[in-house]
Design a binder for this molecule. Structure first.
Ligand code: ATP
Length: 231
């Protein structure tokens, strides 16, 4: 197994607010790795730090040997990020958005291939504002992949989606993993983590409070009900 992401004793505060107190985890190539926790637990801050979008106060982060603090340019080509809420101009079409984002990268993926992989081909000419929630999420996954990253961070993908759209997005996440991309999946749904993740950490108040495979966590007494109470 090859470790592609190594996070050790990560710390990050916003003024007096400690968002991440002490987070460590390692992600192996080809897995779907979950970061589970309730609102405000420190999940987004952790992944934004490893994507180079925020600067850590302490600890160390390496993604395929790249330190996001020292090499923010290189980290952009290694890690793709799906933003929690894609902010795009209302009238940009699906295919225009993909071409626009592709132009920001030295070695982009083929937008037509991404349309096919994410089931967006028939929606290519639709304007962003007219897409359903599920289609917006598919587009945001495609945009995370457009730089041809080896690691993709998918943050709160299915919040607000109906059960059918959730299942469709889950199938697509597996398809992306099967295409060779290692995935870090941020979620506050245990059922989603159980369905998709090979391993996960649970973060609470900026610290890792549990780690393992979904089955190990459930065997350890963290059943769905306990998680719901804790999250
Ligand atoms: P959510 O599921 O709501 O996205 P999260 O687990 O991703 O939550 P973070 O967004 O990392 O958590 O936030 C961790 C803590 O840091 C929260 O208390 C949040 O209010 C605070 N925080 C996040 N961003 C900022 C900021 N820019 N300035 C000040 N405080 C912040």
């Amino acid at each position: 197994m090859t470790t592609v992401v190594q996070v050790e004793n990560l710390r990050k505060s916003y003024g007096a607010k400690v968002a991440v107190a002490d987070v460590s985890f390692a992600v192996e190539r080809g897995e779907i790795f979950g970061i589970l926790g309730r609102n405000g637990a420190g999940k987004t801050t952790s992944v934004e730090t490893l994507a180079g979008l925020r600067r850590a106060d302490g600890g160390s982060v390496r993604v395929l040997g790249v330190d996001p603090r020292k090499d923010p340019q290189a980290i952009r080509t290694v890690v793709g990020v799906q933003l929690q809420e894609a902010r795009l101009p209302a009238r940009i079409t699906v295919i225009e958005a993909l071409h626009l984002f592709a132009s920001f990268y030295p070695d982009p993926a083929d937008p037509e291939e991404l349309l096919g992989m994410l089931g967006l081909t028939e929606h290519r000419g639709k304007q962003f504002a007219k897409l359903s929630g599920g289609l917006k999420q598919r587009l945001s996954i495609a945009l995370a992949l457009v730089g041809n990253p080896q690691v993709a961070i998918l943050d709160e993908l299915t919040t607000g989606l109906d059960p059918q759209a959730r299942r469709e997005v889950w199938d697509l996440v597996e398809r992306v993993r099967d295409s060779g991309v290692t995935i870090i999946l941020v979620t506050h749904f245990m059922d989603e983590a159980e369905r998709l993740c090979d391993r996960l950490v649970v973060i609470d108040e900026g610290r890792v409070v549990a780690a393992g495979s979904p089955a190990e966590l459930i065997r350890g007494g963290n059943d769905e009900r306990t998680f719901r109470m804790r999250l």
